[in-house]
Design a protein around this ligand. Structure first.
Ligand SMILES: Cc1cc2nc3c(=O)[nH]c(=O)nc-3n(C[C@H](O)[C@H](O)[C@H](O)COP(=O)(O)O)c2cc1C
Length: 356
């Protein structure tokens, strides 16, 4: 029996199915971080997901890390997002906003007044930023002072408030992929000597304090977290990742989060076996899933819900296609982050005649 099409409780919500649309940056916003009207169609097309998680959205302009990404820091940004949530709700869907602060994975050309990106410590990442002028080397970021860390956490709190004002059903903290929260968590990028650096209890504090601020605004049953142990993306390294993630997830317990989305990359360590028993809310897994592997993960209890990225990007009606075994559209990488409608809202859904 298919479990993908059975309901599941995720925090406050009973999702009608176990398809979660993964957060995916699509870079269609304008230079002021105001979401494009194309996004209204894009997200509404995918409202058959049990839950949609938006692309990464910066809580404050300093959190921007890629060109044409949207924010939730200004009134204009809130107003644009209201159209998206209304369209998804009109089609019966639910949508969480992913809050993403890129930290050092940014570039002065994307920062207010051309400032240096901020980070836990002044350690330059290897690699290049994707800017308006093309690929440019990352720079050495500026380390946040202890007082400034509190202000960044406050930005997440205000962003959560504004996301709710914009009609979102909840918020997700982007704790994965080497962005600011993971920069604090990981020993390779956090060389601080205040209460946010040093032993794991200190390095995890930024993520936990941020989640607490988000929970205070939205309620624990409307807040989720995404992590990606050992993904090592964006030059992130931790000396003891198993210990780090075990500690982090154990500390989540009193927060009572709606869900934890784990996208692990290690071939050696089974992070799901390690982390799932330590988490009480809904456990979401993602990364490279297809219908068979998603069903298997649900059947053997490894996950409560399954997250699909590129498959949802290319198939607005992914649940229907799985339901009837219809062929899938192929994602076109060339238009993942390109401006405009092509490769964004023109992936075809099954026609009425094709729906079995
Ligand atoms: C175009 C694209 C953009 C992405 N942007 C984000 C993002 O903003 N935030 C995030 O947490 N993950 C992002 N991801 C990662 C996805 O959420 C997901 O973890 C990944 O695609 C693996 O799932 P899949 O194999 O089903 O595509 C992105 C992936 C793609 C393909």
């Amino acid at each position: 029996m298919s479990r993908l099409f059975t309901p599941v409780q995720v925090g406050r919500y009973t999702l009608p199915n176990r398809f979660v649309m993964a957060p995916m940056t699509r870079s269609r916003a304008d230079d002021h971080g105001v979401q494009s009207e194309l996004a209204v169609t894009y997200y509404a097309q995918r409202a058959d997901a049990g839950l949609i998680v938006t692309e990464g959205v910066f809580p404050d302009a300093a959190g921007k890390g890629y060109v044409r990404t949207p924010g939730i820091a200004t009134e204009a940004q809130v107003e644009a997002w209201k159209l998206v949530t209304a369209a998804v709700h009109a089609r019966g869907g639910r949508i969480f906003m992913q809050l993403m602060h890129a930290g050092r994975i940014s570039h002065p050309s994307m920062q207010p007044d051309g400032r240096l990106p901020v980070a836990p410590s002044a350690i330059k990442p290897a690699g290049q930023a994707w800017t308006d002028q093309g690929q440019q080397d990352f720079v050495t970021p500026r380390a946040l002072s202890t007082d400034e860390v509190a202000l960044v956490i406050e930005d997440y709190r205000q962003a959560t408030r504004r996301a709710l004002e914009a009609g979102f059903d909840g918020v997700e903290l982007h704790g994965a992929s080497g962005y600011l929260p993971e920069q604090f968590l990981s020993s390779g990028t956090n060389h601080r000597d205040d209460q946010y650096g040093g032993p794991i209890a200190n390095r995890a504090r930024f993520m936990l304090d941020t989640l607490r601020a988000m929970v205070e605004q939205a309620g624990s049953d409307r807040v989720g977290l995404k992590i990606s142990p050992e993904m090592n993306f964006n030059d992130i390294v931790d000396a003891n990742p198993q210990e780090t993630y075990t500690y982090l997830v154990e500390q989540l317990k009193p927060l009572g989060l709606a869900y934890l989305h784990v996208a692990p990359y290690s071939k050696e360590v089974d992070y799901h076996a390690l982390l799932r028993p330590r988490f009480d809310g809904a456990y979401l897994i993602g990364g490279g899933l297809d219908q068979a592997s998603a069903e298997a993960a649900l059947a053997d209890g490894r996950a409560d819900a399954t997250v699909f990225g590129s498959a949802f990007l290319a198939n607005p009606d992914l649940p229907q296609r799985f339901r009837q075994g219809a062929p899938l559209n192929t994602p076109d990488r060339a238009t993942f982050f390109a401006p405009g409608a092509a490769g964004y809202i023109d992936y075809p859904a099954l026609t009425t005649a094709e729906i079995a």
